[in-house]
Ligand binder design. Sequence first.
Ligand code: HEC
Ligand code: HEC
Ligand code: HEC
Ligand code: HEC
Length: 498
Amino acid sequence: MSQLGGLAWVVFLFLLGEFGADAVALAARASLQEAPPATVIATCSACHGSSGEGNETMAAPRLAALPQSYLQDQLDAFARGERRNASMQSMARGLTAEMREALSIYYSGLQAPAKVNVEVPDAVRPQQRGAWLALRGKWDNDVPGCVQCHGQGVLGVGPHIPPLWGQQASYLRAQLLAWKHQDRPGGPLGLMATIARRLSSADIDDVAAYFANAPDSALAGASSSSSAAPLNAVPPSAFRPAEESSIADDDFGREVRKGEALFLHTSELAKQYVGSPINCVSCHLDAGRRADSAPLWGAYTVYPAYRRKTGQVNTFAERIQGCFNYSENGKAPPLGDPVLTALETYAYWMARGAPVGIRLPGTGYPKLAQPPRAPDFDRGALVFEKNCALCHGADGQGQRSEAVTVFPALWGELSYNWGAGMEQIDNAAGFIKANMPLGLGGSLSDQDAWDVARFIDSHERPQDPRFTLSTEKTRELFHDAKFSMYGTPIDGHILGSP
Ligand code: HEC
Ligand code: HEC
Ligand code: HEC
Ligand code: HEC
């Protein structure tokens, strides 16, 4: 506003009043989705640029190609005074609701500014703090990586999660601080407010700088001077796997990194063995490090183990094969395959120092106590709509950004199959309670976790590869358990019927 000059500002607001009439007319034509009057757009352009590309001197963000409902929410929040910024508040208040909608349609329809190079680097190191926060997060403080919600290359996902690339570092920083200081409404599920509160000011500087310069400065290891604080401050009780920075730069270390990459990007790097676009990390968070998310350090040291599921003692590699066949809905690599060797090497590396044969706290998914009321489909549907649909989609089919899965499908052809552990309501409830909604783990009541697990696992999904003769027979052989919905009727349809 300072750059606009006091008088110009007054004149502008007056003119905006004059356009009120246009705005009303526009409302009547809203269904035609005509562009807002050029004069109004010219005003916005003064700060946001003529292509909506943003302008750093004016501290004005990029608007072009941001999701329409996101833009409209922001304009409405400025108008209500809930999102605070002097220029934008008076601007938004001078616009009718219809005009705000028309402007959000207009800007979301503009072409995104030429794509800056936000390639995901092959390997980030924890010392590259901004990059690490962006790509991997700060899980010891329950902060997921930014890309886990904003998508690879932070291009934005769906109607509610805006892109971050193309925004200035100063703007990103200001928004994170606004959330931290409660100067901006928390947005969907309060996710960003929660995340910003868990970031230190140094974290905020680092991650904003990373997005502004990505990836060069981060790859060069140039971190800001404010970044001395260690990223990982860990709960003392849990086993603590070695820092990723300690992976050596030798042949063994390279194999560990290969395993880590496979774990994170399974559906791209081990395509031939994966049926549904899900990664190991989708169900084993923080690259398999997170307690209560079946962490690899907890798993490696309890194999070989007898498993009821297979009726024999399985090695660790065989256990991984199981997750390929069922959870990934794929076809497991044969024993000795380089993919299995790399994953096993990664798990071994992570478990070094853990006692063998002892089930450490945090291993597997937590076992929830039986809920007071039997898990219920309809209550689960409500929990899903309120807490999960934002990311996994109202139809449970997940969301993708440039063909890469950001939010996995929870049922249907793109999900885990009927042989997977997640198909059992008790496993799913434990995972969900501890880890979902992403970034808000532990926030659901036990009852809600049970109900939503029941809801998810009452939908059709790919057939159990062990299918034998009939759904009935297959249930008898492999699903004769209280917590499996396989072979049971839902609205007249038998789940799992071919
Ligand atoms: C005087 C300069 C100025 C003008 C004119 C202006 N804006 Fe803004 N706009 C800003 C600034 C500064 C911000 C960042 C506010 C903040 O930090 O929260 C902003 C933020 C926004 C946002 C939020 C974007 C996001 O990514 O969250 C939207 C939407 C927006 N403006 C739309 C408009 C529209 C539409 C117009 C024209 C009617 C307009 N602005 C005119 C300065 C301006
Ligand atoms: C758990 C999901 C999630 C994660 C993880 C996440 N975000 Fe967001 N982010 C959102 C949502 C949802 C919004 C939209 C907020 C709103 O509508 O007010 C958002 C919006 C933003 C915005 C506002 C953009 C604008 O145009 O004003 C910024 C900045 C942002 N996020 C930065 C980050 C950074 C940096 C990280 C990583 C440290 C991150 N986010 C991680 C979900 C997430
Ligand atoms: C759809 C979710 C899902 C995906 C994807 C997935 N897993 Fe699993 N995984 C599970 C479940 C459920 C369990 C059983 C957890 C329990 O026992 O509490 C499990 C268990 C494991 C275990 C044994 C853990 C233990 O403590 O005994 C290992 C090892 C494992 N998975 C590795 C992998 C690998 C490697 C991949 C990728 C190839 C993968 N998983 C993909 C859901 C998944
Ligand atoms: C803010 C976005 C977000 C919300 C909200 C959210 N999830 Fe997730 N969910 C994710 C992401 C991202 C993953 C994959 C984790 C990863 O890649 O690190 C995931 C993974 C999962 C998985 C395991 C992956 C698979 O293929 O099945 C289940 C089950 C799940 N979520 C259930 C839920 C449930 C139930 C809710 C609501 C209570 C919920 N999620 C809310 C983002 C979200």
